[in-house]
Design a protein around this ligand. Sequence first.
Ligand code: AMP
Length: 176
Amino acid sequence: MAEIERADVKPPAPAVSAFDATLALGTNLGDRVGNIEEAIRRLTADGSVRLVKRSGLYRSAPWGVTDQDWFVNACISIDTDLSPRELLERCQAVENGMGRVRTRHWGPRIIDVDILTFGDLKISEPDLVVPHPLIAERAFVLVPLKDIAPDLTVNGASLGAMLAKLDASDIVPIEA
Ligand code: AMP
């Protein structure tokens, strides 16, 4: 991992990399499949974030706060001209623009967009931690992430190694 701690500068792309960053999308309110589509459309609308690959859509049981409706989750890989901080602002603008109201932590949401990885960067700032600290604990992130970036390692661990420690039985592909 590069020892770069600044979130306001886009790093040069690693020599061999098919994408700049990976994002996780999740939703458990309203037209969930439509919400994922709309979030991708908004994220990429101005051309500064470009979709490289998108995972399948997965249905997953709620996590953390379990008395709520099931989620639809997906991951995308992107190329971007934005710095990590600008990308975080883009993600939050999409969340807010789609009408996300923050009620309780881990509660129902129209859309949640998290930055999972950004090149080899390790960022540890109060409002931005990359790689996302909960990747290794969340099968609903690891399963779609493996679709689009099977060779990715996070903090030295392969996605498969992280998944092997989790129960992914309730992460169910949604037929297209
Ligand atoms: P959430 O409830 O998952 O949407 O969390 C949002 C909060 O997490 C925001 O205040 C962000 O600043 C913070 N945050 C920290 N690291 C990240 C990340 N890698 N991606 C998205 N949000 C992050």
